[in-house]
Design a binder for this molecule. Structure first.
Ligand code: C2E
Ligand code: MG
Ligand code: MG
Length: 428
């Protein structure tokens, strides 16, 4: 009886025990709070230090949680790195205060405990009966809140009615996206990249999707859905194939050296044989690897530095260039950057936006350019929207530019015309 309701590793209540506990409280029809916790980047901990260490972290986390929830109904482990506290707090505002304090104390306990760890967690919370008046609905609400907390990188989220709508939209996007890849409603737009003289030297491929039911869905949104629903590898393969096919046509039309940049999601790197797949696609469309740049973001390294670097090296060895997109917005430290085989840094639009008005943004761009030059990397500024931004970036030493000032992303059929327009303006 005990074993079936408790978790072996942590001896907290397990999922079965939790169901029982909640069911009893529901039957009593008394208010209570459900708090779900998910350890940040636990996967990375497991990958880097091994499962044995991962287990130690879970045990230690459970010990702290049990201690900090001793005046509540209890703590449990739902599986993996997901935990729950059933609280006797029934007012939403008070539950929120409790959650924030719980996170703070957890972080402190973990830092001073035997493992001396800096550890964060995401928290989703819901109260019975306002956010759900049955076992299923209260758990679902707490999960939606947790999902929201992870998605927005907010530490703590209390359930709100609109989470349901957001969730349903994502489910809808997921359903439609599966079909879109087969029916070719997904296509690529190409945004020119120019050098200091104003010549088009490359294009970045950006995914576009106009859906019959959903209308235009921005790539940020459907890429995120693809990542969280296991569709990213299929989407990524589709993007790569389509971009290279288009690029072959562009090259044949413009008959000038031009480069292609393709955005790659962190998840594509984790698939076995990713590098081979890229090389195969290049061969299929008769594009030389030297023309191709893969844009990655810092999240690639959250899945484990040691797994990713060999793949990057393999790609680079084959002649493909690697670019760090949205540089400066994530977590990467300078020491990390030094160890990475990267050829290009993309200065994020958010810095370019403020480069004229805002001194901190200007300083940031200057630092990024200095870092890039130190490591012999190419520098690309994205989101350049006016002449002043362009002039300032040129003065700072940036070598490549992309933005509405030069051209919006255009359809494949239009790329040739844009290239001719830009390149003849310089010639005259
Ligand atoms: P990103 O790779 O940083 O792409 C740059 C984004 O900035 C694009 O938005 C582009 O249209 C926009 N942009 C460029 N210049 C300007 C400008 O001057 N002003 C303004 N306001 N915006 C400008 P988009 O196409 O909506 O893409 C957003 C993000 O979605 C991309 O950011 C990229 O992270 C992701 N994404 C797009 N296509 C793909 C894809 O095929 N695969 C993957 N994995 N991600 C993609
Ligand atoms: Mg990009
Ligand atoms: Mg970017």
């Amino acid at each position: 009886m005990y074993q079936s309701r408790h978790d072996d590793l942590t001896s907290l209540l397990n999922r079965v025990g939790l169901i029982d506990q909640i069911q009893q409280l529901v039957n009593r029809n008394d208010g209570f709070g459900v708090v779900l916790l998910d350890i940040d980047n636990f996967r990375g901990i497991n990958d880097r230090f091994g499962q044995e260490h991962g287990d130690k972290v879970l045990s230690e986390f459970a010990r702290c949680l049990r201690k900090l929830a001793s005046d509540q109904y209890g703590a449990s482990r739902l599986g993996g790195d997901e935990f729950a506290v059933i609280s006797n707090i029934r007012e939403p505002e008070n539950l929120l205060v409790f959650c924030n304090e719980l996170l703070e104390k957890l972080a402190r306990e973990m830092a001073s405990g035997p493992l001396r760890m800096q550890l964060g967690a995401s928290v989703g919370a819901a109260v019975f009966p306002a956010h759900g008046d049955s076992f299923n609905s209260i758990i679902r609400s707490a999960h939606l809140a947790l999902y929201q907390a992870k998605r927005t990188r907010n530490d703590v989220c209390l359930y709100q009615n609109n989470f349901e709508a957001g969730y349903l939209r994502r489910v809808h996007i997921e359903q439609r996206l599966r079909g879109a890849m087969h029916e070719m409603q997904l296509y690529m737009a190409y945004q020119p990249q120019l050098d200091v003289s104003g010549r088009v030297v490359g294009v970045e491929a950006l995914a576009r999707w106009d859906d019959e039911e959903l209308g235009y869905v921005p790539p940020n949104e459907f890429v995120e859905v693809a990542e969280s629903s296991g569709l990213m590898v299929e989407l990524g393969n589709y993007v790569l194939d389509r971009s290279l096919a288009d690029f072959r046509n562009i090259l044949d039309e413009v008959r000038e050296p031009l480069e292609l940049s393709v955005n790659i999601s962190a998840m594509q790197f984790m698939q076995l044989g990713f590098a081979e797949r890229v090389l195969l696609a290049l061969k299929k469309h008769d594009v030389h690897p030297h023309y191709l740049t893969l844009e990655i973001t810092e999240t690639v390294f959250m899945s484990g530095f040691d797994q990713v670097v060999p793949v990057l090296e393999q790609l680079r060895h084959a002649g493909i260039s690697l670019s760090m997109d949205d540089f400066g917005t994530g977590y990467s430290s300078l020491s990390l950057l030094r160890k990475l085989p990267i050829d290009e840094l993309k200065i994020d639009k958010s810095f370019v936006d403020n480069i004229i008005a805002d001194e901190p943004a200007r300083n940031m761009v200057e630092s990024i350019i200095a870092i890039g030059k130190n490591h012999r990397m190419r520098l690309v500024a994205e989101g350049v929207e006016d002449k002043d931004q362009f002039a300032t970036l040129v003065e700072m030493g940036c070598g490549r530019f992309q933005g509405y000032f030069f051209s919006r992303p255009v359809l494949v059929e239009e790329v040739g015309a844009v290239v001719r327009r830009c390149n003849t303006t310089i010639a005259t």
